[in-house]
Design a binder for this molecule. Structure first.
Ligand code: ASP
Length: 449
């Protein structure tokens, strides 16, 4: 049994949904399907989820942006017309959108989530109707009915353990099951969504719950590349990756797969295959627990900008018991999450994503660190980028870091921070954003040419 997830570009139009249907028809083991909301059809198109968010933000007691409402409705209408489905599906979808709008007007805290969920919900309704038209035994399964229960967390919901047992019950159902991705319910029955790109998470949770033999994640590339193709032309494809490698790579900028989506599949040891809806014959990239051939030291280079560093120094910090805890406690108090915290003898840096530290929070955090910890220096540096080299083969191998530092030297980029975890599966470098592209290109030459 395979769980198959189709991303936004795979369900962006009627033509794409026909390809999805052929992919399902070509393999009878593909019985559980998770879908995203319709994504972009062309580079300058709009994603339905983005439109729904804009729509939600425009809603007040008496008004809303009618143009955006029509845009969303038309996206669904076009798909429905292309697939020759009846208007009944369109009214079901518009009713749900209207319900979301009414929830926002009624002051429901999860009103925006309910509206956002209409994207994936609409796709699932359309695909199940289309499969039924083609004489398949297909049914739409609502996440509440599937038992996807979540915990409400700022920035994105987290799955509750009991969901997996509920999902296992889906094995008893016959035919093709179509589940909308991206959302679930709290124990109190409130609809909530995962963080953006979260349909991958639903797919992984469902695959783990039904104990699938394989989780196939269909997107629009033949495989995962070892570096961002926008930075390096025609980079090498990665055929096999371990969960740990993929987790590290997707955390640091690989947008093919949501970084939180691997954990459920990993826990159940379900292999994940990233495939292309537009070229389903290509073998794709397999993500597994262990990989036999280690393909050298580094398998991928990830990079991401938009980081900020809080640098703190205090003489004899190493002897001050509880300093690190008190520093992190200030962040906890101010509800700021951090990514990394490398430290030295008399100093410590905290690396955060820029969006968690808007300037009003920055002021408070800096003031508190200065006053409560009596530090010598506290400095904020914005516009930082993180570059990560990843590979199980780095473990115990001599000279991996020296290749990297040579690459940065060639790029003429100053290294502001180096961090290697004890797992030795990745090494991270902090630099100024300006040097990101050149550094990635030099690193690629060093490890892959
Ligand atoms: N539609 C949602 C988003 O755009 C979730 C997803 O596509 O995975 O973020």
């Amino acid at each position: 049994m395979k769980v198959v997830k189709f991303g936004g570009s795979s369900v962006a139009s009627g033509a794409q949904l026909k390809k999805v249907t052929e992919i399902l028809e070509s393999d009878p083991e593909r019985t559980v399907v998770v879908v995203s909301a319709p994504g972009k059809r062309t580079a300058d198109d709009e994603k339905v989820t983005d439109l729904l968010i804009q729509l939600g933000e425009s809603v007040d007691d008496n008004h809303m942006n009618g143009d955006i409402y029509e845009k969303v409705r038309n996206r669904f209408k076009e798909i429905i017309d292309d697939l020759d489905l009846s208007d009944r599906t369109l009214s079901e979808i518009t009713n749900k959108i209207d319900e979301g709008i009414a929830m926002i007007r009624g002051g429901a805290a999860n009103g925006i989530d309910a509206l956002k969920a209409c994207g994936e919900d609409g796709t699932a309704l359309i695909l199940s109707a289309f499969l039924s038209e083609r004489k398949h035994n297909a049914s739409y399964v609502h996440p509440k009915e599937a038992g996807i229960f979540l915990k409400d967390e700022p920035g994105g919901a987290l799955v509750l353990e009991e969901s997996f047992a509920h999902l296992y019950e889906l094995r008893k159902k016959e035919g093709i099951l179509v589940i909308p991705g991206f959302f679930g319910y709290t124990k109190e029955g409130k609809l909530i969504t995962f963080s953006r790109g979260g349909s991958d998470i639903t797919g992984s949770i469902v695959a783990a719950g039904v104990k699938a033999d394989l989780y196939e994640n269909f997107t629009d590339v033949d495989s995962v590349y070892c570096v961002n193709p926008a930075l390096v032309k025609n980079p090498k494809e990665m055929k096999n990756l371990t969960y740990r490698e993929m987790r590290e790579l997707s955390y640091a900028g690989f947008s093919v797969f949501h970084d939180e989506a691997l954990i459920p599949a990993f826990k159940e040891k379900i292999p994940v295959c990233i495939k292309n809806t537009n070229n389903p014959e290509a073998p794709g990239t397999m993500i597994v627990a262990e990989r036999e051939d280690t393909c050298g030291d580094v398998v991928g280079i990830a990079s991401d900008d938009g980081f900020v560093t809080i640098y703190v120094s205090k003489y004899l910090m190493n002897r001050e018991i509880g300093f690190g805890r008190r520093l992190l406690h200030i962040l906890e108090d101010e509800e700021v999450s951090f990514e990394h915290a490398p430290s030295g003898i008399d100093d410590m840096s905290i690396i955060l994503r820029e969006d968690v530290l808007p300037s009003h929070k920055e002021e408070t955090v800096v003031k508190r660190i200065r006053e409560e910890l009596q530090v010598d220096t506290v400095e904020i540096e914005r516009n930082m980028a993180m570059i990560m080299i990843v590979g199980e083969g780095m473990n115990q191998r001599v000279g991996v870091a020296s290749k990297a530092t040579r690459a940065f030297e060639k790029a003429g980029v100053n290294l502001e921070m180096i961090n290697q975890g004890s797992s030795e599966v990745s090494m991270m470098f902090g630099i100024h954003e300006d040097g990101m592209e050149k550094s990635v290109q030099e690193l690629y030459k060093m490890y892959f040419s």
